[in-house]
Design a protein around this ligand. Structure first.
Ligand SMILES: [Zn+2]
Length: 167
């Protein structure tokens, strides 16, 4: 008797791979449903499947091995599917870290920051701007302010290779 595709990978409910461009059934390995986070319908199989990255448009394979890690080690909700390739996932993680770094350092830099700290914030905002196009008004204002302040504190010769933080 087949319950939610337990008898054969090809009988798995379609919704588990609804966004996939291709499913490579010959790669199927058994899932351990005891370890999965589900309410009704578990994943009886993990199967290599190809997806298109929503960010860069590249095709990538979500492997059976990755799926096992997602659902059994990291306990992702059983219906989840990847939206981004591994490279973009890494970049997105880094941008989230940058945003956290901005939040953690901006107040101090505004009140008693050194030129070096302010330059760092400027770099962070520039990078976020490049990635997202548009940022909250307050961030771009802070960047403008710091640019103005670091310019007026710059060495008279203005050589970009000097990073002395002195007045
Ligand atoms: Zn991508």
């Amino acid at each position: 008797m087949d319950i939610f595709g337990n008898s054969h990978p090809k009988k798995m409910p379609q919704h588990f791979f609804f966004a996939a461009l291709a499913i490579h059934h010959e790669t199927a390995v058994r899932g351990n449903v005891e370890k999965q986070n589900y309410s009704v319908c578990p994943r009886h199989w993990y199967i290599d499947a190809d997806f298109k990255c929503e960010r860069c448009g590249q095709e990538f394979t979500w492997t059976a091995k990755e799926q096992k890690a997602w659902f059994e080690d990291y306990f992702f909700w059983v219906d989840s599917q990847p939206r981004h390739c591994a490279k973009c996932r890494g970049e997105i993680r880094r941008l989230v870290e940058l945003r956290k770094e901005y939040d953690a350092t901006v107040a101090a830099a505004r009140h008693h920051g050194t030129t070096e700290q302010k330059r760092q914030i400027i770099e962070i905002v520039s990078e976020l701007q490049q990635a997202f196009g548009q940022l909250p008004e307050k961030m771009t204002e802070t960047k403008r302010l710091f640019e103005h302040q670091t310019r007026s504190q710059a060495e008279p010769d203005g050589a970009g290779n000097s990073h002395r933080a002195g007045q």
